[in-house]
Design a protein around this ligand. Structure first.
Ligand SMILES: [Zn+2]
Length: 273
């Protein structure tokens, strides 16, 4: 019942148009509050609570009736108890990018540490941050547990993206392609090779690392809705072929697996909201 109630309240806020004039914003806010107290009233079990909610509703009605007139009723000054979740997704992702950069900045942090942290600690840390924002007006009473419900019911207006970049092959290994073979080199002569996962991580900048971990977290935490039409761009080194070619000093052409994308040919971008 409580869940259904929140969905209604949040759904209301989401459907209401934003950026309107002050008065219509105020009307929306009051109608949201009315909706909220009506829901609480339906669900309440004690007479005292019922009396309080009826009184709150009366004040909200007065405030609604007074809109557009000069008089400002007392309800105007009451703090809003309606939790606003508009823009929660983008805000959380901005926070994630900053937090992830703090975690991966240290040179000594390994990719396995970062991945383990996104599984073990980050989901809870994120919900603590979400609860703090939802309480920003004070007194909204959002706990970490209820923040999870608000998060699940959040408005999903904006699609966002996170890029695996040149580290795409770590999570999406290349498909075998028998048509594209590396040149067989004589004994002792080595073809250029793509970096291993740990080498890629060692060479990546803090920004590249943070963006990769964000994409990983978004895809694997189950906390985000993923778009079906994930985007990808051609690897700039092999132009999507997955293989590179060059001519040796003795004039012999060689073909080898692209040292940037490891043969994937594409940089994967996760789209989510
Ligand atoms: Zn490539």
């Amino acid at each position: 019942m409580r869940n259904a109630l929140w969905v209604l309240v949040l759904g209301f806020l989401f459907l209401a148009p934003s950026g309107a004039a002050d008065e219509s914003d105020r009307r929306q806010e009051l109608e949201g509050q009315r909706h909220y107290y009506e829901g609480l009233l339906r669900d309440c079990r004690t007479e005292t609570a019922a009396k309080y909610f009826v009184e709150r509703l009366g004040r909200i009605e007065d405030a609604l009736n007074a809109l557009g007139k000069d008089e400002q009723p007392a309800a105007e000054a009451e703090p809003s108890k309606v939790v606003k979740t508009t823009g929660l997704g983008p805000r959380t992702v901005r926070w994630l990018r900053i937090r992830l950069k703090e975690i991966v900045r240290e040179k000594t942090v390994r990719i396995t540490d970062a991945v383990a942290w996104t599984r073990r600690e980050l989901p809870e840390e994120m919900m603590v941050a979400v609860a703090q924002w939802l309480n920003r007006d004070g007194g909204a009473g959002v706990t970490v547990e209820s923040a999870k419900e608000h998060w699940a019911a959040r408005p999903r207006a904006t699609w966002l993206s996170a890029k695996y970049g040149s580290g795409t092959y770590i999570v999406k290994p290349p498909r075998p392609n028998p048509g594209r073979r590396a040149t067989k080199m004589p004994e002792g002569v080595k073809l250029p090779k793509p970096p291993t996962r740990d080498e890629w991580w060692q060479r990546a900048s803090p920004n590249e690392r943070a963006e990769w971990v964000l994409a990983y977290f978004v895809e694997n935490s189950g906390l985000f809705e993923l778009a079906d039409d994930a985007k990808s761009t051609k690897c700039p080194v092999c132009n999507g072929a997955g293989m590179e070619q060059k001519i040796l000093s003795n004039g012999v052409p060689i073909t080898y697996v692209c040292t940037r994308c490891a043969g994937v040919g594409r940089d994967h971008t996760v789209r989510f909201r």
